[in-house]
Design a protein around this ligand. Structure first.
Ligand code: 5GP
Length: 210
């Protein structure tokens, strides 16, 4: 079991277009929270800051990190590699900092299966409806409707992983969603009662996938 001064690990995953990156950034402003900065082989987007949003690396460097077993988890997502290096995460946790991960379900599964000696809470973020999701996907830096349609199909596959998460939260309003996550984290830390309705989530997912 964790030694109590250690930080906790919080994973946020979501299918593309659910607004998770903004949520992670809001949560990171809370006292004592640090974001785990991932390595990726994908090209930076126009608004991204290297070494802050991601460590952008060549595939050879990524493969070297895999070989040296430096990753706590890594995965291939949309044809690019993404991974979280172990050392900064463990150092932060040992200093009592809570570490936030913005990673996909493959990475979440890997961290869960490692059964590390630190408390782990996993969240899966969903859009409020298929219509809103489609709108969010077409408003991105992808002009092409076909790409949005491809991502909608991917959504249908990704959403099935909700079952492996501790909590599924619907992002219908950013502030609301942020508060809900914050309350659940607080309740987990203090072992208090959790305001969470799994049946409601199940019916929401049925609607999203029908
Ligand atoms: P994007 O390219 O849009 O920034 O991210 C694409 C997907 O990769 C998102 O679902 C994001 O959460 C995921 N991702 C980002 N970093 C990591 C990582 O270090 N590991 C894993 N497994 N997924 C990541």
């Amino acid at each position: 079991m964790p030694i109590n001064n250690d930080g906790i690990m919080i994973i946020l995953s979501s299918p593309s277009g659910a607004g998770k990156t903004t949520l992670v950034s809001l949560l990171s402003k809370l006292n004592n929270f640090e974001i785990s900065i991932s390595h990726t082989t994908r090209q930076p987007r126009a608004n991204e800051v290297p070494d802050q949003d991601y460590y952008f690396v060549e595939e050879t460097e990524f493969q070297r990190l895999i070989k040296n077993q430096e990753f706590l988890e890594y995965a291939k997502v949309f044809n690019n590699f993404y991974g979280s290096t172990r050392t900064p995460v463990i150092n932060n946790l040992n200093k009592g900092k809570n570490v936030l991960f913005d990673i996909d379900w493959q990475g979440a599964d890997q961290i869960k299966n490692k059964k590390l000696d630190y408390k782990l809470i996993t969240f899966f973020i969903l859009p409020p409806s298929k219509e809103v999701l489609f709108e969010r996907l077409t408003n991105r830096d992808m002009k092409d409707k076909l790409i949005a349609e491809e991502r909608m199909k991917q959504f249908g596959r990704d959403v099935l992983h909700w079952i492996n998460y501790d909590y599924v939260v619907i992002n219908n309003d950013l502030d609301n969603c942020f508060k809900k996550i914050q309350k659940l984290i607080d309740a987990e830390i203090s072992d208090g009662s959790k305001d969470y309705d799994k049946e409601f989530i199940r019916s929401h997912i049925d609607k999203l996938t029908s």
